[in-house]
Design a protein around this ligand. Structure first.
Ligand code: BGC
Length: 657
């Protein structure tokens, strides 16, 4: 090691366990290098300490969009693009990504998280981390763990049974850890009564020992209540600086609660992080303009076409009106990246793409602010007689934000009225939704011809949405979370914890696992997304590769005359089980580019974990011998092919860690 722990005094070592300000680490009286940590995940949100302002950076599409792309290459590109902004601004570690499972659509930070499904969340987060770290910039996988809503996030304890933790809330971390993030950030909340920052079982026994994480564990900002207790639980670094932190560590040491060896173990992790930040591989490979172009490409990949009656999209031309508020590029809080990019309006972008075919106008109802819509009357008048009307609706960074949950999953009354009134005078209404999580659209979904869920698409939003609406780009995103008919249908309904505890009563039945089990209709299922192309599935084979590994292969054919991409999903169903298991679970997926008329063989591999449940009796993952179905779908409710296998493992191979 370049930095020798022996050169540090005990006092310097104790002081090193907390930051020196909000963003930087201690330097032990200048013996150690400066390390700067900065948010993430939607672009660099870095404080300029001299000017006391946030630096401008590329505002990338939010994680909800990356998730809806179901594309690891897109997630990697996103990470690598943000890393270039980090290198340019001398940020060493990006405080991202967050992989907390979307348990309720009310969670204020859902736009920052990937999915209701841990496999999808973990797989994409892994690629994002690899993208950032390929540039010599560190990441912080957060928030470990069971931080699934914002309500009273500092104090309310998440009460989760072990099987649910193991099967739903930990696997996204476990999978993402394969990318070896430099740091993991603990969450604010207690888990089963013990703060995440002091939870030795989670931090040491599971994260370090079972999952093999050997990087640095940092606290969320302000998640530490007592600094020797967190050090004892193997949390390495408390952020930000707190006056009493050093005194607490000293007290713990003097009273014999914390040994010097335990302090040294934390310091070693900090020194190792410092060495990594001095890595010389930091090479900027994109210009600012190229980073913006990457943002456009990523946004295009994650926009989801939810409905397209009469193939009204792509727009054919004629007299087109654009109306409604269009200003929400991202959710609020620590994830909000500030850009100096000046986007053109959607009307201008569309007019460009449809030049010679269409006249595009906008209505006086278009206002700058996301939280009001003025002049529904104007939109209503202007929409009359148009060939098509694009109505943009959005949740802004004050509706979907950190530190607060939504109280409703409907749009504001004015936005719903705008859609409904426009639909009264024009039968070709296309709604573009800019939001970060599921929206209850039941009041208006059947009154409009098309619905496009853009998500929070960052500074590239208008360009990417115009590309999709005009047909310049064929939509290829699919939902990474279920859109329920209403809030009451969700696993947690309107209920929220009481500020003391929140019981995860639904257990492993989160997201589509819940709607499947309760046989509930949904507005748009998990994995749903349309295209301008059409795809046909055939010839499923499930080949046994070893005792526990299978290769699932099938053919996907583009039967249209448009080039497109199809996301195929592989679900596994345990036909008869001794424990309550979900009807099916996502265990693999692939996004395949197919030219018009082209067909390709797609393969996905399954392993022991694809069939196992977590046995709390055995304290291990356990494969129950018997029948399993392999379901290949275009969505979780559009299964196209079904295969059957019988697993019969020798007893000593049924269990694994
Ligand atoms: C958030 C983290 C963030 C940190 C630093 C906290 O409030 O929960 O996600 O990285 O602040 O801004």
């Amino acid at each position: 090691m370049k930095y020798d722990i022996k050169s540090l005094t005990l006092e310097e070592k104790m002081k090193l366990l907390a930051g020196r300000n909000t963003w930087q680490l201690e330097t032990a009286n200048g013996k150690l290098p400066d390390v700067f940590l900065s948010d993430g995940p939607h672009g660099l949100r870095m404080r300029d300490l001299e000017k006391n302002e946030t630096k401008k950076a590329t505002a990338m599409p939010n994680i909800v969009v990356i998730a809806n792309s179901w594309d690891s290459e897109i997630a990697y590109l996103d990470g690598a693009t943000i890393a270039d902004d980090c290198i340019e601004n001398h940020a060493d570690v990006l405080l991202a990504p967050g992989v907390n499972v979307k348990r309720t659509p009310l969670c204020g930070r859902n736009f920052e998280y990937f999915s209701e499904d841990p496999f999808l969340a973990g797989t994409l987060a892994k690629a994002y981390i690899e993208g950032v770290q390929s540039k010599g910039i560190g990441t912080s996988l957060k928030h470990f763990c069971a931080n699934n809503r914002e309500y009273d996030r500092f104090y309310q304890s998440s009460e989760v049974d072990e099987r649910t933790l193991r099967e739903i809330y930990l696997p996204a971390f476990e999978i993402a850890l394969q990318a070896q993030p430099w740091t993991v950030m603990c969450s604010y909340n207690p888990i089963n009564g013990v703060w995440a920052s002091e939870n030795k079982w989670l931090l040491n026994d599971i994260l370090r020992e079972e999952f093999g994480f050997n990087g640095l564990i940092v606290s969320d900002w302000g998640a530490v209540h007592n600094s020797w207790r967190t050090a004892k639980a193997t949390l390495d670094l408390e952020m930000p600086y707190r006056e009493k932190a050093y005194e607490e560590v000293k007290e713990g040491y003097e009273k014999g609660y914390l040994t010097e060896a335990e302090i040294d173990a934390r310091v070693e992790k900090i020194l190792a992080l410092m060495e990594k930040t001095e890595n010389d591989k930091k090479v900027i490979t994109t210009t600012k303009e190229q980073r913006h172009q990457n943002a456009v490409k990523i946004a295009q990949a994650g926009i989801v076409l939810l409905k397209n009656e009469d193939n009204i999209l792509p727009l054919k031309g004629g007299d087109i009106l654009v109306t409604g508020p269009y200003s929400a590029m991202g959710g609020g809080g620590s994830a909000f990246a500030e850009t100096d990019y000046q986007p053109r309006s959607l009307k201008e972008e569309l007019a460009d793409r449809l030049a010679g075919k269409a006249v595009v106008s906008d209505s006086q109802a278009v206002v700058d602010s996301y939280y009001y819509v003025c002049g529904i009357r104007f939109a209503y008048q202007d929409a009359y007689g148009k060939d098509a009307v694009v109505v943009c609706v959005s949740n802004g960074p004050s509706t979907e934000t950190e530190a607060r949950d939504r109280t409703s999953i409907r749009l504001t009354r004015t936005q719903e009225d705008l859609i409904l009134n426009t639909a009264k005078v024009n039968e070709n209404v296309i709604v573009v939704v800019l939001a970060g999580s599921a929206i209850d659209m039941s009041a208006w979904a059947d009154k409009v011809k098309a619905i496009v869920f853009a998500g929070f698409t960052g500074e590239a939003s208008q360009e990417a949405v115009a590309d999709i609406l005009s047909g310049k780009v064929c939509p290829s995103g699919k939902l990474s979370e279920t859109f329920p008919l209403c809030l009451a249908d969700t696993p947690t309904g309107e209920a929220c914890g009481d500020g003391f505890t929140e019981r995860y009563r639904e257990g492993v039945f989160v997201g589509y696992r819940w709607y499947d089990k309760t046989e509930k209709e949904v507005l748009f299922p998990f994995g749903h997304g349309l295209s301008y192309a059409d795809f046909e599935y055939s010839d499923l084979t499930v080949d046994k590769k070893s005792e526990t590994d299978y290769e699932v292969s099938f053919t996907v054919k583009n039967i249209s005359n448009v080039d497109g991409k199809e996301i195929s999903q592989v679900y596994v169903r345990d036909v008869f089980a001794m424990v309550a298991r979900p009807v099916k679970e996502l265990k693999g997926f692939a996004k395949t580019a197919l030219k018009a008329g082209e067909s390709k063989r797609v393969s996905v591999t399954l392993n022991a974990r694809s069939f196992a449940y977590y046995s709390v009796s055995l304290k291990k993952w356990y494969v129950e011998n018997g029948d399993f179905e392999i379901l290949v779908g275009a969505s979780s409710r559009d299964i196209r092919l079904t295969g059957k296998i019988q697993i019969s493992l020798p007893e000593n191979e049924q269990c694994s860690h």
